[in-house]
Design a protein around this ligand. Structure first.
Ligand SMILES: CC(C)(COP(=O)(O)OP(=O)(O)OC[C@H]1O[C@@H](n2cnc3c(N)ncnc32)[C@H](O)[C@@H]1OP(=O)(O)O)[C@@H](O)C(=O)NCCC(=O)NCCS
Length: 240
């Protein structure tokens, strides 16, 4: 059902697609949604090697590397495929469009949740890189070739390297030389979005959707206890 909706969505969004059957048979952006569902299922059941195997085979087939842990919403349209990478803790909302050469990756500096979170109806142009645990709000457009390192508020367009918000609600927005205070990004909204993303990560981790990563293991090994065990309660002076 979900996959049929995904295929129909691609047919509707790609003027070059002639019918849904063509999308199902020929579109790498559709094939990868099928294989990712399998890989993500295996990942959630802790069959990590098999999950990785499926995603790597799919990468060879489609040129799209999606880590089995990535969470993808409904009706994702990946146009063309090739050179696309989504990291393990990436989260993508519904109705997003992603072109070839896009990376939703880490910066190498973060641990735990280290990849971007995309809201709904986000468009990411060809070759754009979104790096780190940043939050991209609903209805955001990221220009082709941009490198996004900061949160982007909802309804904004961000372009450039590093990317800056140039439009909010289609209104020009250039904080450096524009004194129109109405069009500035809403920092409070950004902060709430960050907190929401953080809360959803914590909930996912509590529900066991992400297995502990290498860094968790390293931290716990350093602390002298295995992952997912409660720290021993400190002994009272009488017990010692
Ligand atoms: C960013 C984009 C989505 C347009 O969004 P928009 O909200 O309609 O923004 P606009 O076209 O009004 O452009 C806003 C400003 O950003 C600039 N801009 C647009 N795209 C840009 C890009 N990729 N890089 C740098 N600047 C860009 C525009 O020149 C404009 O500058 P100005 O404020 O000086 O006038 C579009 O330009 C884009 O990059 N789409 C990706 C398409 C793609 O990857 N296609 C691949 C098909 S195979």
């Amino acid at each position: 059902m979900g996959l049929w909706a995904d295929a129909k969505n691609i047919r509707e969004k790609d003027p070059a697609a002639r019918n849904v059957l063509e999308v199902i048979l020929l579109y790498p952006g559709f094939h990868v949604l099928v294989t990712h569902r399998i890989a993500h299922f295996l990942y959630r059941h802790r069959l990590l090697f098999l999950a990785r195997l499926v995603s790597q085979l799919s990468r060879h087939l489609t040129g799209i590397e999606i880590h089995p842990g990535a969470k993808i919403g409904q009706r994702l349209f990946i146009d063309h495929g090739m050179g696309i990478v989504f990291g393990e803790t990436t989260e993508i909302g519904d109705n997003c469009t992603i072109y070839h050469g896009v990376t939703l990756g880490g910066t190498g500096k973060d641990v735990g949740k280290r990849h971007p979170t995309l809201g709904n109806n986000v468009l990411i142009g060809a070759g754009a890189k979104v790096l780190g645990p940043v939050y991209i709000g609903d209805n955001v457009r990221i220009g082709a070739g941009s490198v996004v390192l900061k949160n982007v508020p909802s309804n904004a367009t961000a372009v450039g390297v590093p990317a800056e918000v140039v439009r909010v609600n289609s209104e020009r927005c250039c904080p450096a030389d524009d004194l129109d205070q109405q069009a500035l990004p809403d920092l409070q909204e950004q902060r709430i979005a960050q907190l929401e993303a953080r809360l959803s990560r914590l909930e996912a981790r509590l529900q066991g959707e992400y297995p502990p990563d290498r860094d968790d293991n390293a931290r716990f090994a350093f602390a002298g206890r295995p992952p997912h065990t409660q720290p021993e309660s400190p002994q009272s002076p009488e017990q010692e």
